[in-house]
Design a protein around this ligand. Structure first.
Ligand SMILES: CCCCCCCCCCCCC/C=C/C(=O)SCCNC(=O)CCNC(=O)[C@H](O)C(C)(C)COP(=O)(O)OP(=O)(O)OC[C@H]1O[C@@H](n2cnc3c(N)ncnc32)[C@H](O)[C@@H]1OP(=O)(O)O
Length: 264
């Protein structure tokens, strides 16, 4: 399936561009709308995806919201409020599909572009990849979940300095901080490496990936006792899924598990 913007590849990877070459690689409203629609179709079972690949079309992954649009809005408060809620709809759909997500972070990920990259389970960068909050640079505060995700990845203190100093983080720093999961050997390899990783995940136990992400994302608000209970319920639930049965059976039969067939 492919429309002008999103593509479902034969191996189950749903590719969603978050920015286009126009507008300085700012978030593209049409692309996010198409991506949200595709994710909703996955949730309804009308689209058989097994992994999501977020990309940027052009030299940057995403430069955040289109600042020119902000300036031209009649009511800037309501306009930005609406955009932020629209972005939240996209991000909520990303989690609701319960699919592993890879971001191909070429060039800059700034503003909401950095926020989106933080939501990916795996963010593949290149030698010149840089992440920058950008919000304070134009007198704004973060959106897209950055103030929730960033402190949980790097710690509250470091998150505060990154945000309040609007730090531009180079690839190595972002990798050290856990904001990138790997750096491709060359900028030209970011897209192909991210695509390859998404294909690997698409062939894996996507139900287990989703459970792992849910357990990790909820752990910070759970007590240890609550988390122990959540883990016990999760492993029990997965044990009787197609993938859970296939994983155990394949191990005992000393063969490679066929998770995609077990899930479908
Ligand atoms: C139900 C679904 C509904 C779908 C709808 C969804 C809506 C989606 C939108 C959601 C938005 C939510 C709110 C978001 C808020 C933010 O993100 S606020 C932060 C905004 N971003 C910025 O402030 C970053 C600004 N850009 C930069 O800092 C730098 O450009 C860069 C990203 C660090 C890259 O630098 P560099 O490579 O040096 O390029 P430049 O020369 O700076 O830029 C090239 C040209 O592109 C223009 N440009 C760059 N970024 C933007 C931008 N964000 N908006 C508009 N234009 C931008 C820049 O002006 C240059 O233009 P020219 O001078 O004409 O070449």
């Amino acid at each position: 399936m492919s429309d002008d913007l999103t593509t479902l590849h034969d191996d189950g990877v749903l590719e969603i561009p978050v920015s286009l070459e126009t507008g300085g690689n700012a978030l593209d409203r049409g692309a996010i709308l198409a991506g949200t629609d595709a994710l909703h179709r996955v949730m309804r079972g009308n689209l058989k995806a097994r992994a999501v690949l977020l990309t940027g079309k052009g030299k940057n992954f995403c430069a955040g919201g289109n600042v020119s649009d902000f300036a031209s809005a009649d009511d800037r408060r309501e306009f930005l409020r609406g955009l932020a809620h629209d972005l939240n709809t996209f991000l909520s759909a990303l989690y609701a599909t319960q699919l592993p997500t890879v971001a191909a972070v070429n060039g800059w990920a700034a503003g909401a572009g950095m926020s989106i990259a933080l939501h990916a389970d795996f963010a593949v960068g290149g030698q010149t990849t840089r992440l920058r909050p950008a919000y304070p640079g134009i007198g704004l505060s973060p959106d897209g979940g950055m103030s929730w995700l960033l402190p949980r990845i790097v710690g509250l203190g470091r998150a505060r300095t990154i945000l309040m100093r609007d730090e531009a983080l180079d690839a190595e720093t972002a990798l050290d901080l856990g904001l990138l999961s790997e750096i491709a050997e060359d900028d030209s390899l970011v897209s192909s490496r991210a695509r390859e990783l998404a294909a690997e995940l698409s062939n894996g136990p996507t139900g287990a990936y989703a459970a792992i992400r849910h357990l990790l994302m909820t752990s910070s608000s759970n007590t240890l006792a609550e988390q122990l209970t959540a883990e016990a319920e999760s492993i029990a639930d997965l044990a009787v899924t197609g993938e859970g049965v296939e994983g155990v059976d394949a191990f005992l039969a000393k063969r490679i598990p066929d998770f995609p067939s077990a899930r479908s």
